[in-house]
Design a protein around this ligand. Sequence first.
Ligand SMILES: Nc1ncnc2c1ncn2[C@@H]1O[C@H](COP(=O)(O)OP(=O)(O)O)[C@@H](O)[C@H]1O
Ligand SMILES: [Mg+2]
Length: 174
Amino acid sequence: MTALLEVEGLVKHFVATRSVFGRPTAYVKAVDGVSFTVEAGKTLALVGESGCGKSTVSRLVLRLIEPDAGNVRFEGRDLGALGANELRAFRRDAQIIFQDPYASLNPRMTVSQILSEPLALHDLVPAPRRRERVEELLRLVGLEPRFARRYPHEFSGGQRQRIAIARALAVEPN
Ligand SMILES: Nc1ncnc2c1ncn2[C@@H]1O[C@H](COP(=O)(O)OP(=O)(O)O)[C@@H](O)[C@H]1O
Ligand SMILES: [Mg+2]
C-alpha cells in the first residue's frame, strides 16, 4: 500500500541578509534535507525548538511555498508534477490549521460564513443543506450550533482554534 505522504530530501533556504546592492550575503537553512513518511490514519508529530523549520516543512508539504530541492508525494503522486486541476483537488485533500487562528479567520465573517465558504467553493453541499452541515461541524469540534451567528472576536483563543479545525474538516480532507 502506498503511504499517504512521502517527503524526501526536502530543502528550503531563505535569504537572511543582503548587501546594499540587494545581493544575498547570508542564508538561513530553514529546511535542510528532511525526509519522512506518514501512513493513512496515522499521526506524526514534528518536534523541535522555535525556528528550527517545522512550519516551513508544513508549508512545503502543502505546496504553499516551493522547495529548493526534494519532493513530496501525496498518495503516490509527486506534487511538483501536478497540473492546475490536480493541484486544486489536492488543496481539498490536504488541510492546514494555522498556529494563530485570529490571523487565519476573517474577522468580518460569521462562523456560519467561514464554514460555508469551503462547502460552496468546492461544491460539496448544496445551498439549502449548508446550514445543517455547519451545525454538524460545530458539534464535531465541541462548539454549540448556535455559535454559527457569531464573529471570531466573540470567542476565546481555544474556541477560535476549534473553528479553524472545523473549517479544515469541512472539506473532508484525506
Ligand atoms: N519567508 C521567510 N523568509 C526568511 N526566513 C524565513 C522565512 N520563513 C521562515 N524563515 C526562517 O526559517 C527558520 C525556520 O522557521 P520556521 O519554519 O517558522 O520555524 P518553526 O516553525 O520550527 O518555529 C527561522 O530561522 C525563520 O526565521
Ligand atoms: Mg512554527
